[in-house]
Ligand binder design. Structure first.
Ligand SMILES: *[C@@H]1O[C@H](CO)[C@@H](O)[C@H](O)[C@H]1NC(C)=O
Ligand SMILES: *[C@@H]1O[C@H](CO)[C@@H](O)[C@H](O)[C@H]1NC(C)=O
Ligand SMILES: *[C@@H]1O[C@H](CO)[C@@H](O)[C@H](O)[C@H]1NC(C)=O
Ligand SMILES: *[C@@H]1O[C@H](CO)[C@@H](O)[C@H](O)[C@H]1NC(C)=O
Ligand SMILES: *[C@@H]1O[C@H](CO)[C@@H](O)[C@H](O)[C@H]1NC(C)=O
Ligand SMILES: *[C@@H]1O[C@H](CO)[C@@H](O)[C@H](O)[C@H]1NC(C)=O
Ligand SMILES: *[C@@H]1O[C@H](CO)[C@@H](O)[C@H](O)[C@H]1NC(C)=O
Ligand SMILES: *[C@@H]1O[C@H](CO)[C@@H](O)[C@H](O)[C@H]1NC(C)=O
Ligand SMILES: *[C@@H]1O[C@H](CO)[C@@H](O)[C@H](O)[C@H]1NC(C)=O
Ligand SMILES: *[C@@H]1O[C@H](CO)[C@@H](O)[C@H](O)[C@H]1NC(C)=O
Length: 428
């Protein structure tokens, strides 16, 4: 990469030297750069399994070769792409990884440099070359490593693919070949992806994919396509772990820990985003985020996601962590307490009505009314068939009633009248 970026700079520099220096070079009697139509290159390619080697020669004389430093400028562009790569090379060949490209256009020219001044003396014109690869039937190949030991690769099959083909996937990693464990298929039963699990990845060693499209009608070798990935660069991390939220000093504090990773687990590698309900997503490099508030929202969820950025460039974000709800302990306690009180009140009210009714019935059977405590005993005995929960509830009621007894005892008849009225049984 460094070379690619350096070359244009050098080209620009040499361009300026050409444009600015002629007067000086003429004045000092030095020869200017000469376009040498006699010089030319012949290009050809050699195909290897996973790559194409583009080679060229020159027709320099022996003296020229000895007198000058010879360099070549190579420029090439894959079909259907816009990025043109340009390199200045001393060797007469270039290994090109075709991957899923269907070919490339290349051009080469020779430059002769004065050995002392390192200035261009002569250069040839461009010689162009087009390489058209065998048909490429797949596109949009992408792979992802997740949950430490899982690998998924997917690809699309181009429309022009022959009917009776199948696609086979294997890869080489740290000197070992791995065949696909589980193919992902489309409706036409063609393999369009591969799922692997339980794999150990060496984070910095390449995964070399070999995807072969084979014609099922005959035993031809098929067409193989190759692409390499660095595991660390295609790792999708699990969401951050142990996400917790606390309220501190009128601010919400969210804390978490990085997930496990196949590569470096150094703190500085991780880059986080925090999402709090209805708020803008914020970028965070620490393992916590504090967010001051004035009036806390009643229901506010926090989520965190992670990727690697500084140690290794990786575009893949993890999923968001499960939402953690921000709860103000006081608010919750007050809420809970009032709900509990409210239900208790309703419950007690209900029981009171019920008890009054029952009271009245028992009275009707066992006139005259015995001592209140006996009365309650009878009531409890009659209730034995009721389920336990109710009994315990009534026990609670019992204590309430007992508390009320002295008063009730004092003015029994009034109380009875009241109950009769309340239960609407007056006319019975
Ligand atoms: C290279 O070949 C061309 C064409 O055959 C010829 O005109 C030119 O003189 C040759 N250059 C050298 C340096 O031999
Ligand atoms: C890709 O480039 C080749 C060669 O330049 C051309 O024949 C083909 O039509 C292009 N395909 C697309 C999809 O643009
Ligand atoms: C697949 O790749 C082609 C070019 O290679 C591109 O035009 C197309 O948008 C891609 N499709 C998807 C779904 O990514
Ligand atoms: C992630 O990996 C662990 C351990 O290998 C496994 O128990 C778990 O089921 C995996 N989770 C998913 C979502 O695949
Ligand atoms: C990987 O592929 C498997 C099998 O199709 C699928 O269940 C899983 O969701 C995929 N995982 C990712 C992260 O793409
Ligand atoms: C790629 O896979 C095909 C089919 O399995 C095989 O014939 C070919 O030799 C492999 N290529 C390399 C470089 O291993
Ligand atoms: C196999 O089939 C393909 C496409 O049908 C054809 O191009 C190829 O020549 C065949 N190979 C053999 C060995 O018959
Ligand atoms: C995450 O929480 C679990 C249980 O609370 C604890 O055992 C574990 O050590 C924590 N992990 C980290 C990295 O703090
Ligand atoms: C609370 O916040 C104030 C002002 O922001 C700060 O001075 C104080 O140290 C904080 N207290 C705690 C316990 O964080
Ligand atoms: C957060 O980071 C992302 C990815 O690096 C970047 O695209 C975005 O602009 C950043 N947002 C802010 C508010 O800095």
């Amino acid at each position: 990469m460094a070379r690619v970026t350096v070359v244009p700079v050098m080209l620009i520099l040499s361009f300026f030297l050409h444009k600015i220096l002629p007067s000086t070079s003429l004045a000092s009697g030095q020869p200017d750069v000469v376009d040498a139509p006699g010089l030319y290159n012949v290009l050809w390619i050699t195909k290897q399994e996973s790559r194409v080697i583009l080679s060229w020669n020159n027709n320099l004389t022996k003296e020229e070769t000895e007198k000058y430093t010879v360099k070549y400028i190579l420029s090439y562009k894959f079909f259907n792409t816009t990025y043109e790569r340009e390199e200045r090379l001393q060797e007469k060949k270039k290994i090109i990884h075709l991957e899923l490209h269907s070919g490339f256009n290349a051009k080469v020219k020779t430059q002769l440099f004065a050995k002392e001044t390192r200035k261009v003396i002569k250069e040839s014109g461009w010689t162009e070359f087009t390489y058209k690869a065998p048909p490429v039937y797949i596109q949009n190949l992408s792979c992802i490593i997740y949950n430490i030991s899982f690998l998924n690769c997917t690809w699309h099959i181009k429309a022009e693919v022959p009917e009776d083909i199948q696609i086979f996937f294997l890869y080489r990693h740290v000197g070992k070949d791995f065949e696909c464990q589980q193919y992902i298929k489309n409706a036409r039963k063609k393999n369009i992806g591969c799922h692997m699990k339980g794999i150990y990845f060496q984070p910095s060693r390449k995964i070399n994919l070999n995807i072969t499209v084979r014609d099922l009608r005959n035993n031809s070798r098929g067409l193989s396509y190759y692409k390499a990935f660095t595991p660390q660069k295609i790792e999708k991390l699990n969401p951050p772990i142990n996400v917790s939220v606390s309220l501190e000093n009128r601010s919400i504090k969210i804390q978490w820990k990085p997930p496990p990773t196949i590569g470096s687990a150094s703190k500085k590698c991780f880059f986080y985003q925090v999402k709090i309900t209805d708020r803008k997503i914020v970028n965070v490099t620490a393992e916590e985020y504090e967010y001051p508030f004035h009036k806390p929202a009643s229901k506010c969820a926090a989520q965190v996601r992670v990727k690697k950025e500084t140690c290794i460039r990786n575009k893949i974000w993890s999923e968001w962590s499960e939402p953690v709800f921000i709860h103000e302990e006081k608010t919750v306690d007050v809420m809970l307490l009032s709900i509990m009180l409210f239900s208790l009140l309703i419950f007690l009210g209900g029981l009171l009505i019920c008890a009054c009714r029952r009271f009245r019935c028992l009275e009707a059977i066992t006139m005259p009314v015995p001592h209140p405590s006996d009365n309650i005993k009878t009531w409890l005995a009659a209730d034995e068939t009721h389920d336990q929960k109710q009994v315990s509830m009534q026990m609670e009621m019992h204590s309430e009633v007992t508390l009320g007894i002295p008063e009730e005892n004092r003015d029994k008849n009034v109380q009875q009248q009241k109950c009769l009225k309340e239960s609407g049984l007056e006319d019975l």
